[in-house]
Write a new protein. Structure first.
Length: 150
């Protein structure tokens, strides 16, 4: 029964956000187009420094999520924890299964789907490994440091 209720919450959460997504896809592009008439946008490469500085948001969020999930994930060891954590990070962005599947369904060749989404997965894999191994290293360093003082 508990598993069913958890599944039900996941279904309701997904459906709710999907409804908001569909509504926004219907009217948002035309609204943005009307708002942006006559406005010149900088190419994205021109904002690379701002983008690099603001990407810290991902790192802070990933560390916070690992901190909250560490007690459970640590039971699997660092390597498996990193894999599980990377899957969760990708999945929370819809990049693990949903986006590759949607890319394939709309007609992208499988090699395009794999390369395009493989690079997206690589982002979350690298993030997860750095967070898990880095957090655990700092924790070990902290424990060793306090043992030397005491």
């Amino acid at each position: 029964m508990k598993l069913f209720l958890i599944f039900l919450v996941a279904v309701i959460a997904s459906t709710s956000s999907f409804v908001v997504h569909v509504i926004s896809v219907e009217w948002l592009p035309s609204w943005i187009g009307s708002q942006m008439q006559g406005i010149v946008i900088q190419p994205s490469w021109d904002v690379r420094y701002i983008a690099s500085m603001t990407s810290i948001e991902y790192g802070f969020a990933a560390v916070a999520l690992y901190f909250l999930a560490r007690d459970t994930l640590a039971q699997f060891g660092r390597f498996k924890s990193s894999i599980i954590f990377s899957i969760l990070l990708a999945a929370i962005h819809g990049a693990f299964i949903r986006q590759p599947f949607m890319d394939f369904v709309i007609g992208n060749p499988i090699q395009v789907v794999l390369v395009q989404n493989g690079l997206k997965w690589l982002t979350w894999i690298v993030m997860a490994f750095v967070v898990v191994y880095g957090y655990e290293w700092l924790l070990k360093l902290s424990v060793n440091s306090s043992l030397k003082k005491g």
